[in-house]
Design a protein around this ligand. Sequence first.
Ligand code: XIL
Length: 550
Amino acid sequence: MNIKKIGAAAACILFLSACGSTGSPEQQSVTESASEESMTEEVLSILSETAVENTEPPVICESFSDENFLAEKRGTVILRYSEDEAASDKGALRIFNRNNSWDGVQYNADKFRGNELEAEGSFRSSNPSVRISIQYTVNDNTSYNTIASVNTTESSYSKASGKYVVPKNAENIIVYVESDRLEDIYIDDFSVKVCGDYTYYPEAVATEFVDTSDYPSLKEEYKDYFRIGTATSPNLLDKEPYAKLIKAQYNSMTMGNSFKPDSILDHNKTVRDIDKYMYSPAVKFDAVKTELDFARDNGLTVRGHTLLWHNQTPDWLFYKNYDIGGELADRETMLARMENYIKNVMEWTEENYPGLVRAWDVVNEAADDGGGMRKSLWYQTVGEDYIEQAFMFARKYAPEGTKLFYNDYNSYQTRKQNDIITFLRPVVEAGNIDGMGMQSHINVDISISQYMTALQKYYDELGLEINVTELDVCRGKSDNWQQEQGDYYKEFMSEILKLRKNGVPITSVTLWGISDTDSWLSSDYPLIFNDDLSRKPAFDGMIEAVNNQE
Ligand code: XIL
């Protein structure tokens, strides 16, 4: 046995003993039998030195130098050890047969709960980038965050490395490797370690929610100006402290996920009768009902999010006969699918919840970060005018009074704004759009004056109503970040109010989530309530902005 083999076997066993039974039964038995066969005294001595108690810091460490690895499959993938000249020890793990961006490898990481971890890995792929991500559930809300990401090439390995603080109240913690596109990923030298001192939390520490009854109410304070909204998920509404806070604070809500095409489109039903559904893919609405019921029963209006998007929209929608192994569908087919999808969603919603959806994000994120229009599957199949077509259909089927919005991130940046204005102009001229949605995933270093100038420009140039649709402000690096972020929220809202009073038709400001834990950017603590729903300076900043107007 050569030294590298010993290293690999030892690393795997170290991981097993440190992290419990995380490999699949199949993978564990491979590891066990391989290590039994090849156990020499040398290996045994390494193992006895590295054997750890439960309370010792866990380590995940894989060199992928032979068939013995503990990486588990995530999604539909196939995993194969592969000899690879470009890898550090001439061996790597090939991840292939990927059907979703999140398909890759994963490791249970429950033992890292409540600690800061550092994850590292080397990747090669014709995907332009690969990510190490973490998934966990807090208060029944599962979040997915990036730990590290790296630009990759097909020929040589690039290293990703990053740190992440795992909340004490997290359950089902999984560290995984993914990439936006579906090409194979080769992975080498992967590790996850604890940074600094280690504290072992055998179970998630339950969150003790504070009493929020005496908070001033955002929706009340802002009622003379615009609606205040939040993004929701069905499992948050099930929790009494959340439901109570939402009812008290907000008068608008946006479903964080359940109105998106991947939640509405019914793949099974569609492919069971392709002829019937060829031009009108089947839809299902089970996932969105809890939130719509909540909005209706508690007097909140809804922003419908979103009809056309490149993300969270299954690829099969864009293929001839819905077969992703084949060719993309032609323009006429895709225009028919687009029209029917918009029609079916709008008609079902109006029939079942009349008047509840005040605005629809008809097209989301069509601008490319590199300039021009994003070459999404909508763009590829329908062509350059897909935005115009979508708004035309939306107008045709939208109930009287429902406002139609375009929505995007970084829409305050000069080049992106110019691109957006260019492609929305014909939609405005056709009279098929009412509003511009500024997502506003920002951070405390973003210039508020640049943002406000851009917002004013959408109104001046296109005459559109404005919604701030997904506000969250990622914290800065200073020790005093809570106050710094609070000051930012205060100034941001003061400036929004000024524009409103100067005649810019800003009709809602929606925060993208309730507390930092349930934010999609939870590691950046971007929202206005802490995990236990105690108020942050960010909440106070929003209240002060409206109370202390010049
Ligand atoms: C996010 C959700 O908050 C997450 O739960 C989900 O995993 C990914 O999408 N722009 C948008 C939103 O328009 O739909 C996205 O929401 C955030 C970025």
